[in-house]
Design a protein around this ligand. Structure first.
Ligand SMILES: *Cc1c(COP(=O)(O)O)cnc(C)c1O
Length: 405
């Protein structure tokens, strides 16, 4: 028997790898020093742990050690990039370019910046979730200071053409930031080869702890500077003050090391489980549609709309399986997923979507269990659905005139 509940929501967060917890533990007890204490061994020990971690993280993305700064996570890193660049480069311009499908940590920050006079272009995406590079070129202006495009999307997993975007930015002297919270550790990321100036990442998306993350800030060609959003003490090259989270940093580095060491093998395994889940659901369940690009996407991602069932209801029908839905009921706002809307999905299809996120600890038995429960769950709900019945009877719902009361 498979052990339940089953976790299949790896884009929301990942379980901590035991190997990560193990290396963190001493930093909660004996090694409690403040990495900024310069006068005793407690401080030196903590500082050494932080600097070793910084070095290892830098290596994982082809950066120099001093180009990594630690933050509380990708939300903070994204805020620091947008607010910090707009403030630092206000002389140069006040225009930034991003995409409609970015994480809320980008979109909400952009909205905030707009209220203080920054101009923001939100690029649309195609049905596959990709931005159009011609539209990006057209959007670039004299006063554009920053382009921020995520490496991998957290809902549909689509992978944007980061190297190409970076090259276009560098040609125009515009800074390029990428939110790589979902990408780093899951696919090769190299800041030089991909022309990246700023890169946000997070511990808890890569089997590390929550509340720790970081930012790569390019130091040469060009030397990037950001105004801090937190002041006090001048830690992290003056860009992020605050006593460093030493256990978190050690855990983050270990988590990324494991990801880098095991990426190839792990991706093969997760990819075949994902394909098995996806192929079976799409063939066994009629009126089901894959959302986003079929190939260019995160290996553990499968986002599927099951028409004529409501995502929220479907999740209630499979209570021992943890997934997400683009249905409105699952979000604070009343709108269905803005990402699915941006790729042109109707409200109905956005409402009926389920995001499966597979990862390191997903097993074949779990996948088979999820397949079985999903097929039964969709069938159960559709058996109760008058719409589905009408469709089976050949009624074209688009032509139905619904009585109003
Ligand atoms: C999870 C996530 C974030 C937020 O990261 P936190 O470390 O939880 O603040 C930002 N962007 C993307 C794409 C994410 O998936």
């Amino acid at each position: 028997m498979v052990k339940t509940p089953i976790y299949m929501d790896y884009h929301a967060t990942t379980p901590i790898d035991q190997r990560v917890t193990d290396v963190m533990l001493p930093y909660f007890s004996n090694c409690f020093g403040n990495a900024a204490s310069r006068n005793h061994t407690f401080g030196w020990e903590a500082e050494e742990a932080v600097e070793n971690s910084r070095k290892s993280i830098a290596q994982a993305m082809g950066a120099r050690t001093s180009e990594i700064i630690f933050t509380s996570g990708a939300t903070e890193s994204n805020n620091l990039v947008l607010l910090g660049a707009c403030s630092m480069y206000a002389q140069k311009g006040n225009h930034i370019i991003t995409a409609k499908t970015e994480h809320k940590a980008i979109l909400d920050t952009c909205e905030f910046l707009e209220s203080s006079g920054v101009e923001v272009t939100y690029l649309p995406v195609g049905e596959d979730g990709l931005i159009d590079l011609n539209q990006l070129a057209d959007a670039m202006r004299e006063n554009t200071i920053l382009v921020s495009i995520m490496a991998a999307n957290n809902e549909i997993g689509v992978l944007q053409p980061i190297s190409e975007i970076g090259a276009m930015c560098h040609e125009k002297g515009i800074l390029f930031h990428t939110d790589a919270a979902q990408a780093l550790g899951k696919m090769p990321m190299h800041v030089e080869e991909m022309n990246i100036d700023l890169l946000s990442f997070s511990g808890h998306k890569i089997y590390g702890p929550k509340g720790i993350g970081g930012l790569y800030v390019r130091k040469r060609k060009p030397r990037v500077k950001l105004s801090p959003i937190l002041h006090g003490g001048g830690h992290e090259r003056g860009m992020r003050s605050g006593t460093l989270n030493v256990p978190g940093i050690v855990g983050l580095a270990k988590a990324l090391e494991i990801c880098m060491d095991e990426m190839e093998e792990e991706n093969k395994r997760i990819g075949s489980l994902r394909d098995r889940l996806e192929k079976t659901l799409l063939t066994e369940i009629d009126f089901s549609y894959l959302n986003g690009h079929k190939e260019r996407r995160l290996i553990g991602n499968s986002n599927i709309s099951f028409n004529y069932v409501e995502g929220e209801g479907l999740m209630m029908a499979i209570p021992d399986i943890a997934v997400s839905s683009g249905s409105a009921c699952t979000s604070a706002s009343l709108e269905p997923s803005y990402v699915l809307k941006a790729i042109g999905r109707s409200d109905e299809l956005a409402h009926s979507s389920i995001r499966f996120g597979l990862g390191r600890f997903t097993t074949e038995e779990e996948v088979d269990y999820v397949i079985e429960k999903m097929i039964a769950g969709v069938k159960k709900l559709r058996d109760l659905s008058p719409l589905y019945e009408m469709v089976l009877e050949g009624v074209d719902l688009a032509t139905v005139e619904w009585a109003e009361h």
